[in-house]
Design a protein around this ligand. Structure first.
Ligand SMILES: CC(=O)SCCNC(=O)CCNC(=O)[C@H](O)C(C)(C)COP(=O)(O)OP(=O)(O)OC[C@H]1O[C@@H](n2cnc3c(N)ncnc32)[C@H](O)[C@@H]1OP(=O)(O)O
Length: 432
């Protein structure tokens, strides 16, 4: 057996639909990803459907391949030992502004090749290339909390799972302004992207959705890679008759007690649509509980309920991790609700954004200037902390208390909190 310890070639290629050159390479790559996440081996049909959606999103697939000899009888050299994928979508950075963002996903390293620096190599190279390509931000959702801080990522949004008691206890203080009607789930193939576009423009932290979402919401392609006949859909119509929200949901069966409906996807482009979709869910006969795994932490629902304790939410977790790649471009892209000047001493484990930066905001517009090294700073912080506070969803004062931000001028963290605030709660409804 040859030396298996270090010889890898990193290859990048596009996702292509079946019938195209490169399909087999992409299909083998996609099976390696399922292996890395401990899923059952995907059927050829599942792989085909997944790759068709990846191609629409323009995903770039990265694989690490063994170049030396492969252990006899083990997986052949064309199966990557590590996988990594990226796609580009926009991120809502508050006040309706969006920023092109490098989304990192499908990160796996085969157990027998782990802790040899493969993730580090793929991540460092990809972030450097994205920056060179003019992308100022990267994002991911993490399987474990301890992996990505070292690469400069910081938690920027949260989500929680809720169980809502929809027995007679559930009453909302809300007079409907629109209406809700049940629809053929397939209607969402067309409507979901339209509604999402409105939600995306309204919600700080929102990430543009990949093709797969409309398929999921419409029951066309479930997590198992097949049509999901259990999915049901209701649409919300605003006062003018336009569809401004929907809920896609499943009844979990008569064996689940209390009888429960699980939300697959819930989007509302207006405050009224959100509450009225909840009124609809709560009105489903025979059902006593609604569950939703992607609810916001800062949620209007409990405030609209007569009894906010109808909501049981024991499980809150980090959702979006951001990584600023270009400090000046990312900071200048934002609108700031408060003026001020902050000098930031920024550390970066990959060196992409390191330096002393002056952020000067006037009339909500930022000008960012690099200052000579050693210029006294108001705040000293790692790029992961700046990425965390960037969307207004994480408080700089709290990070200062945690030792993640060092405040040299009294009150600078509070000033940062005011400057980085956004117009409504940061929430990301796109997993990728
Ligand atoms: C965005 C997403 O796709 S999230 C999904 C991530 N994937 C998974 O969880 C699948 C299962 N896990 C794996 O496949 C692998 O363990 C990976 C991808 C997490 C790590 O891959 P490896 O190639 O072993 O990582 P690599 O050797 O490059 O390590 C880089 C650094 O991260 C650290 N590290 C790696 N994995 C972990 C971990 N799970 N927890 C804490 N630290 C970790 C290493 O110690 C190393 O630290 P250092 O460079 O500061 O000394």
């Amino acid at each position: 057996m040859g030396d298996l310890s270090g010889n890898y070639e990193i290859r990048r290629f596009g996702a292509v639909p079946k019938g195209n050159d490169g399909y087999e390479e992409a299909a083998t790559w996609s099976r390696a990803v399922s292996f890395g996440f401990h899923e059952s081996t995907r059927t050829p049909e599942h792989v085909e459907k997944a790759l068709a959606t990846y191609a629409v999103d323009g995903r770039v697939l990265t694989g690490a391949y063994q170049t030396g000899s492969v252990a006899p009888g083990s997986l052949p050299a064309e199966v990557p030992v590590a996988t990594f994928a990226t796609l580009r979508k926009t991120l809502n950075i508050g006040f309706g502004r969006t920023l092109e963002t490098q989304l990192v996903t499908s990160v796996t390293v085969r157990t027998s090749h782990r802790r040899r620096g493969l993730l580090r190599r793929m991540m460092s190279e990809d972030l450097r290339l994205a920056k060179e390509d003019g992308v100022a931000m990267a994002a991911l959702t993490a399987s474990e909390g301890s992996i990505y801080g070292r690469f400069g990522y910081g938690v920027a949004s949260f989500e929680r799972s809720v169980k809502v008691d929809t027995t007679t206890r559930f009453t909302l203080q809300h007079q409907p302004t629109g209406s809700v009607e049940v629809a053929d789930p397939k209607a969402l193939l067309e409507l979901a992207p339209v509604v999402f576009d409105r939600v995306h423009r309204l919600t700080p932290g929102s990430i543009g959705r990949q093709e797969w979402y409309r398929q999921l919401a419409s029951g066309s392609l479930g997590h198992e890679g097949k049509e999901d006949p259990a999915v049901k859909v209701a649409l919300h119509y605003g006062p003018g008759g336009d569809v401004d929200g929907y809920v896609s949901y499943k009844f979990l069966g008569w064996d689940t007690k209390p009888y429960t409906v699980e939300v697959v996807d819930l989007l509302a482009a207006t405050n009224d649509a959100y509450l009225e979709l909840w009124q609809f869910l709560a009105a489903i006969d025979l059902v006593e509980r609604i569950t939703w795994g992607e609810a916001p932490l800062d949620d209007p629902l409990p405030w609209a309920l007569t009894d906010p304790r109808c909501i049981d939410s024991s499980d809150s977790r980090d959702m979006l991790w951001l990584r600023i790649l270009d400090a000046a471009a990312a900071l200048e892209a934002r609108h700031y609700p408060a003026d001020g000047r902050l000098v930031l001493d920024l550390h970066d484990p990959l060196g992409l954004t390191a330096g002393t930066w002056a952020l000067a905001v006037e009339g909500g517009r930022a000008a960012v200037e690099r200052l000579p090294e050693g210029t006294p700073a108001d705040l000293a912080l790692d790029v992961s902390a700046l990425s965390s506070i960037y969307l207004g969803g994480v408080c700089p004062v709290t990070l200062a208390a945690a030792g993640k931000i060092r405040e040299s001028s009294a009150g600078a963290a509070l000033q940062a909190r005011q400057m980085f605030a956004v117009e409504r709660a940061t929430h990301c409804l796109t997993h990728f």
